[in-house]
Design a binder for this molecule. Structure first.
Ligand SMILES: [Cu+2]
Length: 252
């Protein structure tokens, strides 16, 4: 009986490591290059209506500015995600890195995050009111937890890849996004609309840019703004050995 369970465990372990090896192999990258991406908005930056606050207005305010698109200096778009569509071999994953998500002044902060599957997400409530994060990956619930106490931190290991829609069950105005990958080549754009993927093995790749979309389609039953489908842009890039390739993306 004991022997059987050990054998079963070994089989599960072999399957697990086998799967991981298939998905992404960590190696020492030789002559790694860099991808510098730029995401720009073409034309006048959209003016988005503020989102109404349904609860705790004494703490959250009556309405919050929409973060669905943030256009900064030189029309750079903040909170887009640049990533390699597919890479099977590359730099090591920092498995100890925790990704922080704060619920602060009734907003998820930062508004967009990226993570590697198998790492931890640390969600904090910095407010004096109850937040209840609801995280769906590709339409299926991944996490759903309430945080009634200020400065409470809940740590969860993320075991699925894909786009994560994050909302708060208490506050219909709160919304943010995460994207979870098998590999470490992804980044969120900064206020200049730039992202950097470094230590990429030289070669040809499909580079993608994701943006949540700012086009409001109406309101759901709870009064949450419904947005158009996220926008995906694609570009083929060739990463030179020890060199840099720039890739420009346009949103309009
Ligand atoms: Cu909330």
């Amino acid at each position: 009986m004991k022997r059987l369970s050990v054998a079963a465990l070994l089989t599960v372990a072999a399957l697990w490591t086998g799967n991981t090896a298939l998905a992404y192999d960590e190696v020492e990258v030789k002559d790694g290059g860099q991808i510098i991406g730029h995401v720009k908005f073409i034309g006048a930056a959209p003016k988005l209506a503020a989102v109404k606050v349904n609860k705790n207005q004494d703490v959250c305010g009556k309405e919050k500015a929409s973060e669905a698109i943030i256009v900064g200096r030189d029309n750079g778009v903040k909170f887009a995600i640049g990533y390699l569509e597919k890479i099977e071999t590359g730099k090591a994953i920092d498995r100890k890195k925790q990704t922080d998500l704060d619920q602060k002044k009734c907003a998820f902060t930062p508004h967009v995050i990226t993570m590697v599957k198998g790492t931890e997400l640390a969600t904090t409530n910095s407010d004096t009111v109850l937040h209840n994060a609801n995280m769906d990956v590709e339409g299926r619930q991944m996490f759903n937890f309430g945080q009634p106490k200020q400065n409470q931190v809940i740590v969860k290991r993320v075991r699925k890849t894909g786009q994560v829609d994050i909302t708060c069950d208490s506050h219909t105005h709160m919304r943010s996004y995460a994207m979870v990958f098998e590999h470490p080549y992804h980044a969120v754009t900064d206020e200049t609309g730039s992202f950097i993927l470094d230590n990429v093995p030289p070669g040809k790749y499909t580079l993608k840019v994701w943006h949540e979309s700012w086009k409001v389609k109406g309101l759901d039953d709870d009064g949450r703004p419904l947005y158009d489908k996220p926008i995906l842009l694609t570009k083929e890039v060739v990463v030179p050995a020890k060199g840099i390739v720039h890739a420009n993306f346009e949103l309009k």
